[in-house]
Write a protein that binds this ligand. Structure first.
Ligand code: CTP
Ligand code: CA
Length: 228
């Protein structure tokens, strides 16, 4: 409805967006990270603010200026993102998890820098699972709250996306096809947005802002009418 009209259809709403990629510390100088630039999450935050929403942006390790109108909460690791998102979510009308959250973290943080030992092979790094923030949001949501996930898939992109949507208990899942030179760090994106109601919305390759606007259209259509 509001798309292209400059409408403030998210006025009076509070949305939480996560962006960027978590870093899982190994020792004081090293981490396990990923290629997320944060561009899509920042586009979501910017466009939601422009449509009138109060925006909390939980941001992990990006090199981007704060989007106008968003409250930015900076985090590093998946556990920090978990804490920040769950703290902001309870009052939110919608939560969009655009961040790339590490599935695993090193089982133990080494307070001292790991050194090469003469003649010895390196120690393996044991990994443990991180909390699944999106799955928790889906499980603990309050009635009427809209939960949105992102998924980067290869191979059978749609089948993987449908299965993931069901597993996470989200309302919407934005599915990107990834491969060399697709998606990461690029200003444009192409996606299929799957709905728990069976809907499927194809978004042709275009600016990440354009994809963000479609996400907010689909979210707005699923929000309860404002209580005034
Ligand atoms: N996500 C999350 N917490 C995690 C991992 C992922 O909240 N520990 C969120 C991401 O922000 C994204 C969605 O879940 O919105 C899907 O992430 P993805 O990595 O595609 O899903 P996984 O369940 O981790 O499955 P996979 O084994 O394919 O990585
Ligand atoms: Ca994952």
């Amino acid at each position: 409805l509001a798309r292209g009209t400059g409408g403030r259809d998210l006025a009076g709403r509070h949305v939480v967006v996560s962006a960027g990629g978590t870093r899982e510390p190994i020792d004081p100088v090293r981490f396990i990270g990923n290629r997320s630039s944060g561009l899509q999450g920042y586009a979501l935050a910017r466009t939601a603010a422009a449509r009138g929403a109060r925006v909390t942006l939980v941001s992990a390790n990006v090199a981007l200026p704060d989007p106008a109108g968003a409250e930015v909460v900076a985090v590093g690791s998946a556990e920090e993102m978990h804490k920040a998102v769950l703290a902001a979510a309870p009052g939110a009308d919608a939560v969009v998890m655009a961040a790339a959250v590490a599935d695993f973290r090193p089982s133990g943080y080494r307070a001292s820098k790991i050194k090469k030992a003469e003649g010895a092979e390196p120690e393996p790094i044991r990994l443990v699972k991180n909390p699944d923030i999106l799955a928790e949001l889906g499980r603990d949501r309050r009635p009427g709250q809209v939960i949105v996930g992102f998924a980067a898939e290869t191979d059978d992109v749609l089948a993987n996306g449908r299965a993931k949507l069901a597993r996470k208990g989200s309302d919407l899942l934005v599915v990107n096809q990834v491969g060399e030179n697709l998606t990461f760090g690029r200003p444009d994106n192409e996606a299929v947005i799957l709905g728990a109601d069976g809907s499927q919305t194809e978004v042709p390759r275009g600016a990440k802002d354009a994809l963000a606007e479609v996400v907010w259209d689909l979210v707005a259509a699923r929000l309860d009418p404002p209580t005034t």
